[in-house]
Design a protein around this ligand. Structure first.
Ligand SMILES: Nc1nc2c(ncn2[C@@H]2O[C@H](COP(=O)(O)OP(=O)(O)OP(=O)(O)O)[C@@H](O)[C@H]2O)c(=O)[nH]1
Ligand SMILES: [Mg+2]
Length: 235
């Protein structure tokens, strides 16, 4: 592996907190880029929301947009986020940006490593309290997203689904796209929200939904034990 390809060399190191104006909090910092399964920030665990979705769906962009900052790295190239990034918000909770699943061109070795990291995160002892599952608002429901949604349901992880890149969906197609996605991903406990990191559409609502769930989990305590991990193999 050349230096250019080395995922560790591409990943930013832990950083100082930056002040933000976000519905989620007032300050954010990258606390840990985790490259190994089970690697977690030190100290007492905080409530956490994990951001999941296919490669290039817009996870890092949405995280930046919701937090009103540019802490997470965004790229045209799928597979850019190559570690699990733990961001600490207000010393109150963590937002966890994950590598994407389902990108066929990512080297098999990397794909398996990411799958292992994500699977451990979702099935380990202290699992995230809330999941933000991103699906591409421009596409039909994807098999790998169904599989992740099902896993999260079985694991009992409260989930908010966001349909990304909504600015790129023509208004004439919006009703049909949202209906098709809602049939698969939405129910009374699992809201589906079309969002755009470009225009900011629905981001304040998304921020509030996440915060409400995080506060709820803090009151209720830790999530119940997890079942077996999701299949990260792409459909
Ligand atoms: N039009 C549009 N493009 C977006 C939006 N959000 C992200 N993108 C673009 O989608 C591409 C991928 O964005 P990222 O945020 O890096 O996606 P990711 O899911 O973190 O990607 P990986 O970390 O590689 O899995 C970039 O070119 C972004 O500019 C959006 O709301 N609208
Ligand atoms: Mg990313």
């Amino acid at each position: 592996m050349t230096r250019k390809e080395n995922p560790v060399s591409r990943t930013p190191k832990a950083a100082r907190a930056v002040a933000v104006k976000s519905p989620l909090g007032k300050s954010v910092r990258l606390e840990l880029p985790a490259h190994r399964a089970g690697e977690r920030p030190r100290g007492l665990p905080l409530p956490s929301v994990v951001v999941l979705g296919r490669s290039n769906v817009g996870k890092s962009s949405l995280l930046n947009a919701v937090l009103s900052t540019k802490v997470a790295r965004v790229s045209q190239t799928p597979g850019r986020t190559q570690a699990i990034h733990w961001y600490r918000v207000d010393d109150a909770f963590h937002v966890i940006d994950c590598p994407g699943y389902g990108y066929a061109k990512t080297a098999r070795e990397s794909r398996e490593r990411f799958s292992g990291l994500i699977e451990e995160l979702l099935t380990g002892e202290r699992r995230p309290d809330v999941a933000l599952l991103l699906v591409d608002g421009r596409l039909e429901p994807q098999e790998s997203d169904r599989s992740m949604a099902l896993f999260l349901r079985n694991a009992g992880v409260p989930t908010v689904v966001a349909a990304t890149k909504w600015d790129a969906v023509k208004s004439s197609q919006r009703f049909r796209h949202l209906r098709d996605l809602a049939v698969v991903f939405e129910d009374s406990e699992r809201p589906l929200l079309p969002v755009s990191s470009e225009t900011g559409e629905n981001l304040p609502t998304l921020g509030r939904l996440l915060k409400d769930r995080l506060i709820g989990r803090t009151r209720e305590g830790a999530a119940p034990a997890a079942p077996q991990g999701p299949s990260q193999k792409e459909s």
